[in-house]
Ligand binder design. Structure first.
Ligand code: TSX
Ligand code: MN
Length: 643
């Protein structure tokens, strides 16, 4: 030990003294080493939340072991003994999903956050709260919210540590489940404090809202406060304040709250993009590698696509990320992207060795399964694993009840999740943590569109691609049985994740196109078109490589296309259909029914008028008018001259 180290040792600080509260012990970590901005913010937060003690996280394995043991003792986690270092977590059944209705963004001016909607119309592109109301709401919840509990201080990086594209956040939370998941989903490290220095960071406050002594009934050893949930963002202050829920997107604040809502605002201010997109690499049989990003609404299989097992010989897919992309043009005018996350927080039901073998292989160790069912031999179970789990084995459902196949209830909650480190994915890209990111050749939008929308279409240009993104819609999974499925707008797949006025966001996209920049081509895909009998027209999954192959050829300019009113369509024969087990009805897959499209274009215009109003960039009206005119002047019932 040299002199300076000895001095540091001497000054180790294991408690802080807070006005009106007095001494608060620090059970782990040393306050002394924290940047002064962090110290001040923590002192303020401790005075507000009144935790019993502070625990400054370092991201080490011993820390994880300690927390896991605590959670197992308490009964929140059970070990899945069939797997290595995997755990099952059952939440309070009242705390099982993101709560959009309780998610708000506060700003001084309402219209920086939400667009001008038509009078009498309820806006769906974000929910605004005034700063005054937010402060009132927070004052009802946060004072003393951590009484008797440990306040975990989690320093994390979104993106590789020290990358010019990365951003730093600090989350304080009273949930050790949140700590465990944040360790997988973000990069938690004491090096954050050094990298941070005197710079600003995104301040993330989270409490489950169950101060001690607990007066509420705690269900499943999962403290939460569902009646009072509020997930608030203050982009102007780079702050997230989340109360009452321990579940995923409500509590792992680095993910949707920071990496999408707050980051989209930072990105606008700094001239880059924070998007709800996967990033994947495709290497062709000739050995040329491309990266694409893709945005899909929920239930379109984004994670499955990100880890695709291609059905064409010679192609190789590697995964960079499955949910969020941060992308920026470099000084050569090329778009580079990183995955700001470090793990996958994927929907479990539907995942199996057929739909996503690479995800299955990823979560065989060091993973947490939330609200899935358990097999008697200590494995996981959910809907979709019928053919892969012994049909005679006993199953306990996500609520802890005995369950048998054929029962009316579901074994796993439909929103049950696996949380698993991306590094364990067998096809994770060697550059997935490259601080420079990867070069993006194409941006792909998509939706679950049972009728009318072709398998793939390429935009005429960047501006038209922005329109394709703005008009993304998808069939929502019916909330109840026998309820007609609904096609919902989810522009840019960002509807639940917008951090600011969607009209301004579209303008930001348009403004990204500058002379000297190599704009990626923009596409729209639809794996979900059905025939008259409701049968899928496209095999999907591994066969989607055939569509990606055409997309890459278009990027290279090695294949022609047919101009249609909605964009460029592939010429018959230009998508490789060799080796398919069943023939594909090309004409049905690519037809553009005239009346469907006249209605759809009008409906899209109506959507923008209602929801984005005067904030809609003029260009969007222009492009929609052109599309409407082209369809109305088309002869015949449908346009399918694709051969
Ligand atoms: O993820 C999906 N993808 C993308 C895969 C890379 N899914 C699942 C969606 C729910 C999350 C799909 N479902 C895809 C798809 O491309 N396509 C379909 C529809 C479909 C389902 C089943 C079959 C064909 C198409 N065929 C048989 O079941 C035999
Ligand atoms: Mn997502």
């Amino acid at each position: 030990m040299d002199d300076t180290e000895a001095e540091d040792k001497f000054f180790e600080v294991h408690e802080i003294v807070v006005p009106h509260i007095g001494r608060v012990p620090i059970t782990k970590g040393d306050f002394h080493y924290l940047p002064s901005k962090v110290k001040r913010w923590l002192a303020f937060t401790v005075e507000w939340f009144r935790p019993r003690c502070l625990y400054i996280c370092d991201g080490s394995q011993s820390e994880a072991d300690e927390i896991i043991n605590k959670l197992m003792e308490r009964g929140t986690l059970t070990k899945l003994k069939k797997l290595e270092n995997c755990y099952l977590c059952r939440t309070d059944p009242k705390d099982v999903a993101r709560v959009e209705s309780k998610t708000v963004i506060a700003s001084h001016d309402k219209y920086t956050t939400v667009p001008h909607v038509r009078e009498g119309v309820k806006g769906i592109l974000g929910s605004w709260m005034s700063m005054e109301d937010l402060n009132k709401e927070m004052d009802k919840r946060f004072p003393g919210c951590m009484a008797g509990r440990t306040m975990y201080v989690i320093p994390f990086s979104m993106g590789p540590l020290g990358s010019p594209l990365s951003k730093i956040g600090v989350e304080v939370t009273d949930s050790n489940y949140v700590l465990l998941c944040m360790r997988m989903m973000t990069r938690v490290s004491p090096r954050i404090w050094e990298i941070l220095g005197d710079k600003d960071f995104v301040k993330c406050l989270h409490s489950v809202g169950c101060p001690r002594p607990v007066t509420r009934k705690v269900v499943n050893h999962w403290p939460c406060n569902p009646e009072n949930v509020l997930i608030a963002h203050v982009p102007e202050e780079r702050k997230v304040k989340s109360y009452g829920s321990g579940y995923g997107g409500n509590s792992l604040l680095g993910k949707k709250c920071f990496a999408l809502r707050i980051a989209s605002v930072i990105a606008r201010d700094e001239g880059w993009m924070a998007e709800h997109m996967l990033i994947m690499s495709i290497t062709t049989p000739k050995g040329k590698e491309y990266f694409v990003s893709a945005a899909f609404p929920s239930a379109c299989g984004k994670t499955n696509l990100a880890m695709l097992n291609p059905n064409l010989p010679g192609f190789k897919i590697q995964c960079v990320g499955d949910d969020i992309a941060w992308m920026k043009f470099n000084d050569k005018g090329e778009l580079y992207g990183i995955n700001p996350e470090a793990g996958f927080f994927g929907v479990a039901p539907g995942t199996n060795y057929k739909t996503n073998p690479n995800a299955m292989l990823t979560f065989q160790k060091n993973s947490i399964f939330t609200n899935v069912a358990e097999t008697a031999d200590g494995g996981y179970y959910w809907e979709g694993l019928e053919d892969e789990v012994d049909e005679h084995i006993g199953i306990t459902d996500w609520l802890g009840n005995e369950w048998r196949r054929g029962m009316h209830s579901k074994a796993a909650h439909p929103n049950s999740r696996f949380t698993t480190p991306a590094s364990q994915c067998p096809i994770i890209h060697p550059k997935w943590e490259d601080p420079e990111g990867v070069p993006i050749s194409a941006i792909i939008f998509g939706g679950r569109r049972p009728t009318g929308v072709p398998l793939v279409v390429e935009s005429f240009n960047w501006e038209h691609g922005v329109l394709l993104g703005a008009c993304v819609k998808s069939e929502a999974t019916a909330a109840a049985e026998h309820v007609g499925k609904n096609i919902m707008h989810d522009p840019m797949a960002m509807r639940p994740f917008m951090g600011y006025n969607f009209g301004h966001y579209l303008q930001h996209w348009l403004d990204l196109e500058k002379p000297g920049r190599k704009m990626p081509k923009i596409f729209h895909v639809n794996w979900f078109r059905v025939d008259e009998d409701g049968k899928f027209l496209w095999p999907g999954f591994g066969d989607n490589i055939r569509v990606l192959d055409w997309i890459l050829k278009r990027c290279d300019g090695t294949v022609d296309a047919i101009k249609s009113p909605v964009g460029y369509l592939p010429k018959k024969g230009d998508i490789d259909l060799s080796g398919l087990s069943e023939p594909v009805d090309w004409d049905q897959l690519f037809s553009l029914p005239k009346h469907y499209w006249m209605d759809d274009t009008r409906e899209s215009r109506r959507f923008l008028e209602d929801q984005v109003g005067q904030d809609t960039p003029k260009k969007m009206w222009e492009l929609l008018a052109k599309q409407e005119k082209e369809f109305s002047s088309m002869p015949g019932r449908q346009i399918s001259e694709t051969d």
